[in-house]
Ligand binder design. Structure first.
Ligand code: GDP
Length: 209
């Protein structure tokens, strides 16, 4: 099942579990701290300028956005976290929504965690990675804003990210720049390969289109 990531359409924003999409298609969920560049990474992967909203305001952060890719799989844009200025009420809403998403069995197939290549992952990043790990689905980490690093900083920063998230040797960390496009082909290769593997006992939801 070859998937064309340039064929993407926005489907819906879910603010409550009743709106979560469950139609059998695989779901690739993207998570990251607010401002880490998650929207920019998604736009870069989909070859679009502004499909995922860059610089989205806090207050819009408690929605899960679904994009249908090539009518075959969903790219799921999980709401960003760690924005200092959100209210406690909004943080609580975020927590509930995430808990519900991760608890709903069978929704999630692959996690993509976006972290900042410049910094040690935050406690929230570690928690999010643990959410993915606990869900039992594979998770790829992309270290974004690579263009902001000096060459000599790249290796030590990637090592610090691996160490802080406690990545095992086989876990994938992709150096990425949404700005320059670096890492795009590597990450797309990983996502496409994953989408092409069939779930046990299923046919990738192709019959449900
Ligand atoms: P989000 O809140 O995680 O969705 O982050 P956005 O995609 O809105 O990006 C936040 C800011 O970081 C914007 O000003 C982007 O232009 C900038 N940005 C995103 N990715 C990169 C990158 O790879 N390199 C650089 N230099 N800036 C980036």
């Amino acid at each position: 099942m070859a998937i064309n990531f340039n064929q993407a359409e926005f489907v819906l924003s879910a603010a409550s579990p009743g709106q979560f999409i469950r139609d059998g298609r695989k779901q690739l969920a993207f998570a990251g701290r607010s401002n880490v560049g998650k929207s920019s990474v998604i736009n870069r992967l989909l070859g679009r300028k502004n499909l995922a909203r860059v610089g989205a305001q806090p207050g819009k952060t408690t929605q899960i956005n679904y994009f249908l890719i090539d009518r075959k799989i969903y790219l799921v844009d999980l709401p960003g976290y760690g924005y200092a200025k959100v209210s406690k009420a909004e943080r609580d809403r975020w927590g509930k929504l995430m808990e519900n998403y991760f608890r709903s069995s069978g929704l999630l197939d692959l996690g993509v965690l976006i972290v900042d290549a410049r910094h040690k992952p935050t406690a929230d990043d570690v928690t999010m990675y643990d959410y993915f790990r606990a869900s039992g689905c594979p998770c790829v980490v992309a270290a974004n804003k690579l263009d902001k690093l000096k060459r000599s900083e790249i290796e030590p920063n990637l090592a610090l990210i691996r160490d802080t998230l406690q990545l095992a040797e086989g876990d994938v960390l992709v150096p990425f720049s949404a700005e320059k496009g670096e890492g795009k082909e590597q990450l797309l290769r990983i996502l496409k390969a994953f989408c092409e593997t069939k779930r046990e006992g299923e046919n990738n939801g192709e019959s449900e289109v």
